[in-house]
Design a protein around this ligand. Structure first.
Ligand code: NAD
Ligand code: UDX
Length: 480
């Protein structure tokens, strides 16, 4: 029986390994992590992450050929294939701080693999890493362990949160990069054989190591670029009276462009896009390509602009001040169908409104009060560095309450901001919400999920990203 061990039981390691276990009953899969609470949760009925369909997959294989353990060294030593799916956050200190990927967790995993290995192993980069990381990992492994053959493969993960199970079951492609040596190619074939249990052969792409590593960063940069492109257009739409949904539809009808990933929003979030683009920018700078670095940096800058622009719309529409006013924040996760808040635009929007002394009442169906308060108290980039958690700021929290119901959040509010596109927000009774709010009652739809006309009929003053402006909003506009 082939034995697989995955280091890192997070959003990628957990679901990916559960899918391998489900599709390959003849393979034993053990997911290991240094975090005891995380492993305990994987072994319980309350999985540590919310992901539609994940429970069923885990329950089908856990205890049969899928195991979760904190005994990292034992399971790594026993494995034939070791996936490394640890976090690779943005560096917060030192050289490249604010841009470069922090490979501390990766390096410590690699050193541990070298220490405990007694047999040949295929080591698979599952984490998103800077191009050429495999070379560094090879050096760490071979210099620390003589006589054992390590083959390094790059097998980046393309799943998106909220649709992870679907993406893993029917991937657009699986990408495997390896050394162009006989040993490297043999390792590529071995990993290919794992995926071939359920992925059609023409969807398993093999490349050299550097192409695989760079393709992951490139794919995320291209995806984020589409969002920043449509968000940039949304600003122009608001100034000209064009409707961004109509523009996106017309543009996306061109088969060379395609309709997906053109939804204007308050800004993209998530643990990947910003981090990976900043990493790409840093790599370009280090390779003497400042123009290329500048080009990609714009994608993140437009995203920051979009979040700031949203806050300015809220404040300027509400007579240029939100001081002491109650604002309901509906949605805190970075997208629907996940409880993940990493780099969610909600953090920047809340900070912006708190800066103007608003009182926030926040509701998200999947995010806990603890998580929201932790997120609002952390410095930028600190969220993925558990050891550097910032102390909570009590003054900010006097202005924040977290509630478990959208009607409670909006009661007596002056304004409502839709930050996450949860389905339930489309179905709320907006007449009831209006009746219980202060007047004039404002709605700021950061996801374009609400029916603007229906809301205006009720009496709301409505702002929806990239849509023709409400005369009220237009009249009170400061230049943004
Ligand atoms: P995560 O933070 O959810 O999980 C990483 C886990 O690794 C944590 O539980 C941590 O405790 C563990 N860990 C860190 N160092 C360890 C060590 N030395 N030994 C054992 N465990 C260790 O991160 P994630 O979202 O799963 O992302 C992992 C990687 O995958 C990142 O590089 C990310 O960029 C990439 N990625 C993420 C997504 C996504 O949607 N989240 C998608 C594609 C790729
Ligand atoms: C992304 C990539 O899609 C995935 O391939 C990669 O493996 C990890 O990073 P993820 O961050 O989980 O996945 O979600 P994604 O669906 O890409 O959304 C990212 C952000 O962009 C979210 O905040 C989402 O709301 C936003 N978004 C997405 C838009 O604002 N508009 C869109 O049209 C699409």
């Amino acid at each position: 029986m082939v034995k697989i061990c995955c280091i890192g039981a997070g959003y990628v390691g957990g679901p990916t390994m559960a899918m391998i276990a489900l599709k390959c009953p003849n393979i034993q899969v053990v997911v290991v992590d240094i975090s005891k609470p995380r492993i305990a949760a994987w072994n319980s009925d309350e999985l540590p992450i919310y992901e539609p369909g994940l429970d069923a997959v885990v329950k089908a294989c856990r205890g049969k050929n899928l195991f979760f353990s904190t005994d990292v060294e034992k399971h790594v030593a026993e494995a034939d294939i070791v996936f490394v799916s640890v976090n690779t956050p943005t560096k917060t200190r030192g050289l490249g701080a604010g841009k470069a990927a922090d490979l501390t967790y990766w390096e410590s995993a690699a050193r541990m693999i070298a220490d405990v290995s007694k047999s040949d192993k295929i080591v698979v980069e599952k984490s998103t890493v800077p191009v050429k990381t495999a070379e560094a990992i090879e050096k760490i492994l071979t210099h620390n362990k003589k006589g054992i053959n390590f083959q390094i493969l790059s097998n980046p993960e393309f799943l998106a949160e909220g649709t992870a199970i679907e993406d893993l079951a029917k991937p657009d492609r699986v990408l495997i990069g390896g050394r162009e040596t006989p040993g490297g190619q043999k390792a590529v074939e071995a990993l290919k054989a794992v995926y071939a249990h359920w992925v059609p052969e023409d969807r398993i792409l093999t490349t050299n190591l550097w192409s695989a590593e760079l393709s992951k960063l490139a794919a995320n940069a291209f995806l984020a670029q589409r969002i920043s492109s449509i968000n940039a257009m949304s600003a122009l739409c608001e100034s000209t009276g064009a409707d961004v949904s109509e523009v996106a539809y017309a543009v996306g009808k061109d088969s060379r462009i395609g309709p997906k990933f053109l939804n204007a929003s308050v800004g993209f979030g998530g643990s990947c896009f910003q981090k990976d683009i900043l990493n790409l920018v840093y790599i370009c700078e280090c390779n003497g390509l400042p123009e290329v670095a500048h080009y990609w940096k714009q994608v993140v800058q437009i995203n920051d602009y979009q979040k700031t622009r949203f806050v300015k719309r809220v404040v300027s529409s509400m007579f240029n001040t939100v001081s002491g006013k109650k604002i309901a924040i509906l949605g805190f996760a970075f997208k629907k169908d996940t409880g993940d808040t990493r780099e969610t635009p909600a953090i920047d929007v809340c900070h912006g409104l708190l800066g103007d002394k608003a009182h926030l009442s926040i509701y998200d169906p999947q995010v806990t009060e603890d998580q929201i308060k932790r997120d609002l108290s952390m410095n930028k980039f600190d969220w993925d560095h558990p050891l550097h958690l910032q102390p909570q700021s009590p003054t900010a929290f006097k202005q924040v309450s977290v509630v478990w119901d959208a009607y409670e959040a909006t009661k007596d509010a002056h304004g409502v901001c839709i930050i996450t596109e949860w389905e339930e927000f489309k179905k709320l009774d907006y007449q009831r919400i209006y009746d219980n709010m202060q007047k004039p009652a404002f709605i700021f739809d950061g996801r374009n999920v609400l029916n603007v006309e229906a809301l205006r009929k009720i009496g709301f003053i409505v702002y929806s990203i990239g849509k023709p402006l409400d005369p009220w909003v237009k009249d009170l506009q400061v230049s943004i």
